[in-house]
Design a binder for this molecule. Sequence first.
Ligand code: HEC
Length: 119
Amino acid sequence: MKKCSPICYLKIATLLAVSLVTACIHTFQDPNEYHAVPSKDMELVTKVPLAKLKEGHAIYKVQCSKCHEPKFPGAVPSDQWHIIIPGMAWNAGLSKDDEKKLNTYIIAACRFIEKEDEH
Ligand code: HEC
């Protein structure tokens, strides 16, 4: 085998580092979390305006991981969330207005994830 020059070692090291990082990102990207980020697709499927989805998502991100790991919208079936949200909104000390925004986002994201899973 031909001897590897320093530049060649550097190339190999870079390649290894890049593939390691790529593998990590892939492993740690929870599919529920990925789908839960408001998008144009989510707006199209759920018919909830993107601005509203983003508003609810912002509340969710700040308020819903204070006491436990965030429970992703896909972690609870869409017809069950309405039972959980009032208690958790109370836990987080949300105003009625913020609770409504959060509710709109979580139910929409959850339905979106359920629709994606159907195909
Ligand atoms: C003041 C602390 C606190 C805050 C803030 C909070 N939770 Fe919780 N949550 C809990 C506790 C305690 C439990 C029950 C133990 C567990 O499952 O971790 C729980 C459980 C849950 C569960 C599981 C319930 C079940 O019946 O399986 C979900 C889903 C959930 N929380 C969602 C949320 C969402 C969404 C928010 C944002 C509004 C939120 N939580 C904010 C304390 C909190």
